[in-house]
Design a protein around this ligand. Structure first.
Ligand code: HMG
Ligand code: MG
Length: 299
C-alpha cells in the first residue's frame, strides 16, 4: 500500500532561483524561504555555494543563509560542489549540505567541469569532511533517466552511482530526472536497480523536472515502489543552466494536491503554499507555471 506520510523536500529557492535570468534580491530570497516554512515545509534547500562565476544568481548564498531566521524542526540544506563550497557553507552556519554528481560523463563535464570519477572523488572528500564536522549530507545523482547529449541512461548506471554515494556516507540519495524525460516504467526499473545494489528505498528521494508532464505519474510510481521523499519547487520554478532542455521542477502545490488526494499527509498548508507561489511569481514578474495555481487562481 501507499505510505501515510511523505516528506516534501522544497528546492524552489535553489533549483528554482538558480535558473532565473533575473537576479533576485537577497531579501526576497529570504522572505521566500520563510514563507515556505510558514506554509509547513520542513526541508527547504536554501541556496548553493557553487562558483559565483558559474551561477551568479546564487552568489549571495552566505547572505541568504546568515540572514534567515531559523527555526527548530526545519532543515535548511545547501548545495556544495567542492571543498571550497563546504568551507563557505560551514562559515555561514550550514547544518546540512547536498553534494551532486552525474550519472553521465557529458553532464559531469558540463555541470562540474570534471569526469564522472573526478566528480565522485571530489564529492567523497566533501562528504567525509562534512561528516567529520557533524553535518548531515544528501547526495544528488543527476541525469538518472536521460541526458541531452547521451540519450537514454541505463538503469544500472544511476543505481551504481547512488550506491557509491550511500557508501561514502550520504544519508539520502536523490535521483534526479534533470531534463524531465522519465516515464513511470523507467522509474520502476531504476528503483529496482537501486535496490539490487543494496540501497534501501528509505534512503532514496526522487527529483523530477516536469518537462514532458510526467512528473506526477513518476511520483506515483515511486510511491508504489516504497519511496517516501520527493523534491519539488513552489510554483514549479526551476531548471539547470548547464543542461539544455531542463525546465521547471515538479511544482510543490501540484505534488501536495496529489498526495493529499491520496490521503497522504505532508504537513503542508496548500492555501499558504499557493499564496507563496503567487507572491514569488509576482516578484519574478510572470505567472507561476504550476497547474494548481492555474486552477485555483489568486488566493
Ligand atoms: P571550475 O571552473 O573547474 O573550477 O568549475 P575552478 O576550481 O577552476 O574555479 C573557478 C573559479 O570559481 C575560481 O575563481 C574559484 O576560486 C571559484 P577565480 O579564480 O576564477 O576567481 N570557485 C568557487 N567560488 C566559490 N565557491 C565555490 C567555488 N569553487 C570554485 N564552491 C566548479 C568547477 C565545481 C566550481 C563549477 O563547475 C561549479 O560551480 N559548478 C556548479 C554548477 C551548478 O551549480 N549547477 C546547478 C546545480 S546542479 C542541479 O541543478 C541538478 C540538481 O537539481 C538535480 C537534478 O535536477 O538532476 C541538483
Ligand atoms: Mg534539479
Amino acid at each position: 500500500g501507499l505510505p501515510d506520510r511523505v516528506s516534501v523536500y522544497e528546492v524552489g529557492a535553489r533549483d528554482g532561483l538558480q535558473a532565473e535570468s533575473a537576479v533576485v534580491a537577497t531579501a526576497t530570497k529570504i522572505e521566500f524561504i520563510q514563507r515556505l516554512e510558514r506554509a509547513g515545509l520542513r526541508a527547504i534547500e536554501a541556496t548553493s555555494f557553487v562558483s559565483p562565476s558559474w551561477v551568479p544568481q546564487l552568489a549571495d548564498a552566505a547572505d541568504v543563509l546568515t540572514g534567515l531566521e531559523r527555526h527548530p524542526g526545519v532543515r535548511y540544506p545547501v548545495l556544495v560542489p567542492n571543498l571550497r563550497g563546504l568551507e563557505r557553507a560551514v562559515a555561514a552556519g550550514a547544518e546540512e549540505i547536498a553534494v551532486f554528481v552525474s550519472a553521465t560523463e557529458a553532464f559531469a563535464r558540463a555541470n562540474l567541469a570534471s569526469t564522472l570519477d573526478e566528480a565522485v572523488r571530489t564529492a567523497a572528500g566533501v562528504v567525509q569532511q562534512a561528516g567529520a564536522a557533524g553535518l548531515g549530507v544528501r547526495g544528488y545523482v543527476s541525469m538518472c533517466f536521460g541526458d541531452p547529449w547521451e540519450g537514454r541512461v541505463d538503469a544500472a548506471v544511476p543505481a551504481g552511482v547512488a550506491a557509491r554515494l550511500v557508501e561514502l556516507g550520504c544519508r539520502t540519495v536523490s535521483l534526479g530526472d534533470t531534463i524531465g524525460v522519465a516515464t513511470p516504467g523507467h522509474v520502476h526499473a531504476v528503483l529496482h536497480a537501486v535496490r539490487d545494489q543494496g540501497v534501501g528505498l528509505d534512503r532514496v528521494a526522487l527529483h523530477f523536472h516536469d518537462t514532458y508532464g510526467q512528473a506526477l505519474a513518476n511520483v506515483l510510481a515511486g510511491l508504489q515502489a516504497g519511496v517516501t521523499e520527493f523534491d519539488s519547487s513552489a510554483g514549479g520554478l526551476g531548471g539547470c543552466p548547464y543542461a539544455k532542455s531542463a525546465t521547471g521542477n515538479l511544482a510543490t502545490e501540484d505534488l501536495v494536491w496529489m498526495l493529499h488526494g491520496l490521503g497522504i499527509a505532508t504537513g503542508v498548508d496548500l492555501d499558504l503554499l499557493l499564496r507563496t507561489s503567487v507572491w514569488m511569481a509576482d516578484q519574478l514578474g510572470r505567472p507561476a507555471p504550476s497547474r494548481v495555481v492555474a486552477a485555483l487562481g489568486r488566493p
